[in-house]
Design a protein around this ligand. Structure first.
Ligand SMILES: Cc1ncc(COP(=O)(O)O)c(C=O)c1O
Length: 388
């Protein structure tokens, strides 16, 4: 059985939407989903969107990001940095803590300049970033903090859920996520001004005098979201339990290092992640990858920046989108008349991220069945025995 269940309960909600007049000015089910979601996360407001990326795009536009505006982002995943490019802003990458894979608050503080307007902080793989410390530093400089919570629904940092720490948070309901509507997303907000901007930007019909976007969530999608929200605790708990199977598989192995979990955080375990350090004990990484595949360990190596060649798994800014850059080759930020500084995307810019990136061994947990995951964990145990 698949771990996410869609049944008559979801259909009942969908039927309620179809029974209402179809109207873009505000579907009742969307409003209900927003209200319940905000309640679950502990944020003041929530706004449903058509997916996570359009949510990040809108939040940064609402925060005033544009040409020559710097936004601090993560170097492991590209989502935050891409949303900055959509707005013609300048992604400035902060380095990570190699133990947690999340943004290092000291590197964040060091990257703030008078041109910094916002930051996108990812709670990587489901582990909350040091968002309390980052928010406190950001507030000193008037920097708007957007949390990327795509992996981390219900995860807590210091007794508060992610999505309630920043000025805003973004959740993705894409197919592989804990809560899935196929595609979809939710923004959580604590700031009234930002809320008004977001509402006006994401519905062009409501703001025809602006260059707004049509990023609304349809009522039918909200119906599924609302039904799935009632099951989200079970889904997250299943991933937390499944992660234990992988933790057990690496017991006694000191060259595969899981993310460190601070005592004041909970992990939602969207992706179970290890860093390979076997070379220090003479274990060949390519051999480990080959044996892991043979044993069906279910691991992926590297993240989105592996689409080139697996042998070249690089930090976000070393990928062609930013380093060449192929996306906005003629304009901002690479050849922006408004931005007088040199783009800092040289090798060695975020040394911890560059070192960590090619070591990453990932197992997505939110779409597999318990049996698949148990088989994968067994496969990993066998692979470790064979190469040790
Ligand atoms: C960390 C992170 N941020 C943002 C996104 C984008 O979300 P969506 O696919 O809903 O656009 C994803 C999706 O995979 C993600 O993993």
């Amino acid at each position: 059985m698949g771990k996410k269940t869609y049944d008559d309960h979801d259909l009942e909600y969908i039927k309620r939407v179809l029974a209402e007049p179809q109207d873009i000015t505000g579907n009742k089910m969307v409003a209900e989903f927003e209200e319940k979601f905000a309640e679950r996360i502990g944020s003041k407001y929530a706004v449903a969107v058509c997916n996570g990326m359009c949510g990040l795009h809108t939040l940064l536009a609402a925060a005033g990001v544009g040409p020559a505006v710097e936004v601090i982002v993560d170097p492991i995943v590209q989502f935050g940095a891409l949303a900055v490019l959509y707005n013609n802003g300048v992604p400035i990458f902060a380095d990570v803590d190699p133990a947690t894979h999340n943004m290092d608050p000291a590197s964040f503080a060091a990257r703030i300049t008078p041109d910094t307007k916002a930051a996108v902080i990812t709670h990587l793989w489901g582990l909350p970033a040091e968002v309390a410390q980052i928010r406190a530093e950001a507030d000193k400089h008037g920097v708007i903090v957007v949390e990327d919570c795509a992996h981390a629904i219900l995860a807590e940092h210091k007794d508060k859920k992610v999505g309630a720490w920043g000025h805003a948070g973004m959740f993705s309901f894409q197919a592989s996520k804990h809560l899935s509507t196929g595609d979809g997303g939710m923004l959580t907000l604590s700031d009234e001004g930002l809320l008004q901007e977001v509402r006006s930007l994401m519905n062009w019909g409501a703001a025809p005098d602006r260059m707004a976007y049509n990023f609304r969530m349809p009522g039918i999608v909200a119906a599924v979201g609302l039904a799935q929200l009632e099951r989200i605790d079970d889904y997250v708990q299943q991933d937390v339990d499944n992660a234990q199977l992988y933790h057990q598989a690496i017991e006694g192995c000191d060259w595969l290092v899981p993310q460190a979990l601070p005592s004041y955080s909970t992990h939602s375990q969207h992706i179970f992640t290890l860093a390979f350090h076997g070379e220090k004990q003479g274990i060949d990484y390519e051999e480990f990858k080959r044996v892991s595949r043979e044993e069906g360990a279910g691991l992926g190596f590297g993240y989105t920046q592996r689409t080139w060649k697996e042998a070249q798994i690089v930090a976000a800014y070393q990928f062609p989108t930013f380093s060449v850059p192929v996306a906005y080759g003629k304009g901002c930020p690479s050849r922006c008349p408004h931005y007088a500084k040199q783009l800092p995307y040289r090798d060695g810019y975020c040394p911890n991220a560059e070192d960590l990136m090619p070591r990453l061994c990932l197992r997505g947990l939110s779409s597999g069945t318990r049996d698949d995951i148990a088989r994968g964990a067994d496969g990993l145990r066998h692979a470790i025995e064979r190469v040790s």
